[in-house]
Design a protein around this ligand. Structure first.
Ligand code: ARG
Length: 464
C-alpha cells in the first residue's frame, strides 16, 4: 500500500505504509475510544490557550473550538465513527475534525504531542472515575454503619482459624469492614491528589519553544496544578498503578466479606439469607439458591490483581520518556474501573437486602466452648494466675467433650471441686450475651464500645 492510499498524520517521513495487520497490532482505537470525551475536553482547553496566547489567531481558535464542540455533540449522539487506520483516539478525533472544518484543524496540534495528550486524557478519565469510586464506597460504608447500628446487640460467634473463638457483636464484625473500607476511601482520596495534575504542555518530552500557558490549560480542565517536570508528566503512570494497587486492596476487602456472606448463607451456618434479587438458581437442582454475585466479586479480585501485576511489569524497565509500551496502561485500568464500580454497588445492594437470622447466629454460640475464656478470666480476676486458670479450664473442656456437654452444663458442685473460687454467678458469666457485653476495652466488642464506633462513623460520614 502506498502512502497516498492511507496517509498518516505522521506520514511525512515514510515512503511505505504499514500492512493492515501490523497497523491493527499497533492501534489502540478499539479501547482508547472510551476516552473520546476527555480527549475533546483536553483539546478544547489546548486550543483556547493557543488562541489566548496568540500562538494561533483567535479566529482559527474559534473555528477549531466550534468543530470540537460539534464533535462532542456527535459523540454523545453516537455518531462518531472511528477508523483503525487512524490508530488511536487522538488521531481519530483530529481526522474527524479535519473532515469537519478543513486544514485549519491542523493547527490544533501546535505545541502538543500525543504523549502529553494521552497522559492528559488518562488523568481526566481516572479523576472522574475516582470520584465515582469514592461515592460508591461512601454508600457501602453508610450501609455497613446502618446495619451495624441495628445489630449492636446481635450475638454471633467470633472466629479464629474458622473455629468458634469468642462470641462477638455482629455490629462489631460489620464495623471492622467499615474501618477497612474507610481506609480504602482514604487511599483513593490520596490517589485523586496524584491524578489531579495536568501533563498538558509537557509536549513530546521536553516542553516547547512556543509561549504556552500551562497554568491556563490546567485551570481550564479543572486540574489542581500542572506537572512540574515534563519528562515525569509524559512517562510515569504511577497514578494508574496507585489506582490498581488501591483497587486490589479494595477487592481483597470485598472478597473477604463476600467469602463470609457465602459461608453465612450456606446450610451449615444459616446466619443470613440473601435476597432473591442477588441470588441465582441451578439449571438442574430445583432447590438451589446460589450466592453467585458474592462469588463473582470474590472471583473478580483475581483480574484486578492481574491488572496491577501486569502493568507493574510493563512499567518496570521503561527508560524515560515515552515508550509505546505505555499504551498498555489502558485496558487494565478500564477493566479495573468497570469491575470495582459494579462490585461496590452489588455488595452494597446485597447487604442492604439480606435477612439476618439473629436467633440462629446467637444460638450457634450456645452449643460451643466459645465461653471458655470467660471462665479462665473469671478465675484470673479472682487472683489465680492466668496460666493456671487456662490449664484448669482446658482440662474441664476436655472432660466436657468426653461427657458430651458444655461449660454452662457443668454442675456447681463440680465447679467448686475444681476451684473454690467459682461461685453460682459463673452461669451468668458464661452466657454469650454477658461475655460480649462485658468486653468494653477500647475497640472491643462490648455493646458500649460498638455504639461508640457507630456514633463516630456516623459523624465521619456526615462530615464527608
Ligand atoms: N496511543 C498512544 C498511547 O496510548 C498515544 C501516544 C502515542 N505516542 C507516540 N509517540 N507514539 O500511548
Amino acid at each position: 500500500m502506498t502512502q497516498t492510499e492511507n496517509h498518516k498524520l505522521w506520514g511525512g517521513r515514510f515512503e511505505a505504509s504499514l500492512e493492515a495487520w501490523v497497523e491493527e497490532f499497533g492501534a489502540s482505537i478499539s479501547f482508547d475510544q472510551k476516552m473520546a470525551e476527555f480527549d475533546i475536553t483536553g483539546s478544547l482547553a489546548h486550543v483556547t490557550m493557543l488562541g489566548e496566547t496568540g500562538i494561533i489567531s483567535s479566529d482559527e481558535a474559534d473555528q477549531i473550538k466550534q468543530g470540537l464542540k460539534e464533535l462532542l455533540v456527535d459523540f454523545h449522539a453516537g455518531k462518531l465513527v472511528f477508523d483503525v487506520t487512524n490508530e488511536d483516539i487522538h488521531m481519530n478525533i483530529e481526522s474527524l475534525l479535519t473532515a469537519k472544518i478543513g486544514p485549519v484543524a491542523g493547527k490544533l496540534h501546535t505545541a502538543r504531542s500525543r504523549n502529553d495528550q494521552v497522559a492528559t486524557d488518562m488523568h481526566l478519565y481516572l479523576k472522574a472515575k475516582l470520584s465515582e469510586v469514592l461515592e460508591k464506597l461512601t454508600a457501602l460504608r453508610t450501609c455497613l454503619v446502618t446495619l451495624a447500628d441495628e445489630h449492636v446487640e446481635t450475638i454471633m460467634p467470633g472466629y479464629t482459624h474458622l473455629q468458634h473463638a469468642q462470641p462477638i457483636s455482629f455490629g462489631h464484625h460489620l464495623m471492622a469492614y467499615y474501618q477497612m473500607f474507610t481506609r480504602d476511601s482514604e487511599r483513593f482520596a490520596f490517589n485523586i491528589q496524584h491524578t489531579d495534575l495536568s501533563p498538558l504542555g509537557a509536549v513530546a518530552l521536553a516542553g516547547t519553544t512556543f509561549p504556552i500557558d500551562r497554568q491556563l490549560t490546567s485551570d481550564l480542565m479543572g486540574f489542581a496544578a500542572p506537572y512540574v517536570n515534563s519528562l515525569d508528566a509524559v512517562s510515569d503512570r504511577d497514578f494508574i498503578l496507585e489506582f490498581l494497587a488501591n483497587s486490589s486492596i479494595l477487592m481483597m476487602h470485598m472478597s473477604r466479606l463476600c467469602e463470609e456472606l457465602i459461608n453465612w448463607c450456606s446450610h451449615e451456618y444459616q446466619f443470613v439469607s440473601l435476597s432473591d434479587a442477588y441470588s441465582t438458581g441451578s439449571s438442574i437442582m430445583p432447590q438451589k439458591k446460589n450466592p453467585d454475585m458474592a462469588e463473582l466479586i470474590r472471583g473478580k479480585s483475581g483480574r484486578v490483581y492481574g491488572n496491577l501485576v501486569g502493568f507493574l511489569t510493563v512499567m518496570k524497565s521503561l527508560p524515560l520518556a515515552y515508550n509505546k509500551d505505555l499504551q498498555e496502561d489502558k485496558e487494565g485500568m478500564f477493566d479495573t474501573v468497570e469491575t470495582i464500580l459494579p462490585a461496590l454497588a452489588i455488595l452494597t445492594g446485597m447487604l442492604e437486602t439480606m435477612t439476618v437470622n439473629t436467633a440462629t447466629m446467637a444460638q450457634s454460640t450456645e452449643k460451643d466452648f466459645s465461653n471458655a475464656t470467660e471462665l479462665a478470666d473469671y478465675l484470673a480476676a479472682k487472683g489465680l494466675p492466668f496460666r493456671e486458670a487456662h490449664e484448669i479450664v482446658g482440662k474441664l473442656v476436655l472432660d466436657c467433650t468426653k461427657v458430651g456437654h458444655y461449660l454452662q452444663d457443668v454442675p456447681l458442685e463440680v465447679y467448686q471441686s475444681i476451684s473454690p473460687l467459682i461461685e453460682a454467678d459463673i452461669y451468668q458469666t458464661l452466657q454469650s450475651k454477658t461475655a460480649v457485653e462485658r468486653r468494653n476495652s477500647l475497640g472491643g466488642t462490648g455493646f458500649e464500645q460498638v455504639k461508640v464506633q457507630v456514633q463516630q462513623a456516623k459523624q465521619v460520614l456526615a462530615s464527608e
